[in-house]
Design a protein around this ligand. Structure first.
Ligand code: PLP
Length: 409
């Protein structure tokens, strides 16, 4: 009989969202008249803006004519989109060449797949709490050892809590691969320039690689904060950056993202020689990926036109106003809240001695509002709770009003 990859049996149950679903279904069947408001899962609700939709329609029509039909495209993405993305980076103060950009169908896949080009014995550092994809894909690859009390023996965990301003400290020893996410899911925190400088210096000194997930960079509202790690001098030699159009432009269902692997970044082979990560990732993508569809890439390119940019900014402003309503509403009700200024997530301190799951149940029972227990993102997420700003305004207003009137911290 064939044998399985037994690393899969080291995965901890995909417990968080199925368990939320189970508890919400049970509550709904016992309380059929309750109007439940979901601020749990981070999925967008606003439709695609017109300039983006128009570009997609036009591209679909092109596929119906022999003279403009497109078959397989370049695995890395069409040049029109790569050029538009490179110009966008330039406008943000980051130097990225079009052929250093790899267009894909999502940052989930890219942040999951990137570990494939690295040796099995690399030491991996992740924040705690963390976006679970970074951890689980390294478990599947066999880099983490077994889990004990929710933690894998061979991973280096970097606590990010109110104690350190949700800004992870450098590891005590040497690590090889560092996953950073800023603006952060779930804490909503943004790493300041000084921290990113510190991480780039650490990576250089330790020959480490930073895997920088900037899926939420478009939600940064405060001036002076960095959108790209490449705004830091020297980062091109140590960092790979991931960006997604999912939340930025309502592409969670449409699917389009991009990853930057600069030509300057190297890692060593078994003989100790330096090897280009750009060529390894290019080899990986050309072998395993056949590109994002033409109509979707045309729609994505429209995001970077003046009309597209304006429309996308309006949607982001809508979500960030939701974030403000949640943050200020809860603060006014006496809760301690973090995030929600430069990220669409509000990370609140669970009141009293309740666990994250206790608070989940209380919020659902008393306010009929669904959020996400912080403990689902890691041991140091215990005692916290995530609310998402991706909601229809009237639901957000009602959720906050209910929490204020029915729930006391
Ligand atoms: N990275 C982070 C931190 C996320 O929160 C998400 C989605 O929730 C992703 C990546 C994945 O995004 P995509 O829809 O592009 O796969």
């Amino acid at each position: 009989m064939a044998k399985i990859n037994s690393n899969y049996q080291k995965l901890q149950a995909g417990y968080l969202f199925p368990e939320i679903g189970k508890r919400v279904r049970a509550f709904a069947s016992e309380n059929p008249t309750a109007k439940i408001i979901r601020l749990g899962i981070g999925d967008v609700v606003l439709p695609l803006p017109d300039p983006i939709l128009d570009a997609m329609h036009k591209a679909v029509d092109e596929m119906g004519k022999v003279e403009s039909f497109k078959g397989y495209g370049p695995e890395q993405g069409y040049d029109f989109l790569l050029q538009a993305i490179a110009s966008h980076f330039k406008s943000q103060g980051a130097e990225v060449a079009p052929d250093e950009i790899f267009v894909s169908d999502g940052s989930k896949c890219d942040t999951a797949n990137i570990q494939e080009i690295f040796d099995i014995d690399n030491v991996i550092a992740v924040t705690d709490p963390v976006y679970p994809v970074y951890v689980d894909t390294n478990v599947m690859a066999g880099r983490t050892g077994e889990a004990e009390n929710g933690r894998y023996g061979k991973l280096v965990y970097m606590p990010t809590t109110s104690g350190n301003g949700f800004d992870p400290e450098l590891p005590k020893g040497k690590v090889d691969l560092i996953y950073l996410c800023s603006p952060n899911n779930p804490t909503g925190a943004v790493m300041p320039r000084s921290s990113l400088e510190k991480w780039v210096a650490y990576a250089k000194a330790n020959e480490a690689v930073i895997l920088f997930d900037a899926a939420y960079e478009a939600f940064i509202t405060e001036p002076g904060l960095l959108h790209s790690i490449y705004e830091i001098p020297g980062a091109r030699e140590v960092a790979i950056e991931f960006r997604s159009l999912s939340k930025t432009a309502g592409f969670t269902g449409t699917r389009c993202a991009y990853t930057v692997v600069p030509k300057d970044i190297k890692a060593r082979n078994a003989k100790g020689e330096e090897v280009s990560l750009h060529s390894l990732w290019n080899r990986r993508q050309t072998t395993k990926f056949n590109g994002v569809s033409y109509p979707i890439q045309k729609a994505a390119a429209a995001i970077f036109t003046p009309a597209g940019e304006k429309a996308v900014k309006a949607n982001i402003a809508y979500y960030m106003e939701n974030a403000r309503i949640i943050r200020e509403g809860l603060k006014g009700a006496g809760f301690t809240v973090y995030g929600g200024v430069n990220a669409p997530y509000i990370w609140l301190k669970v009141p009293g001695n309740l666990t994250s799951w206790d608070f989940f149940d209380k919020l659902l029972r008393e306010s009929h509002v669904v959020g996400t227990p912080g403990s689902g993102f890691g041991t140091h997420g215990e005692g916290y709770f995530r609310l998402s700003a991706f909601g229809i305004r009237e639901n957000v207003l009602e959720a906050v009003a209910r929490i204020k009137s029915r729930l006391k911290p």
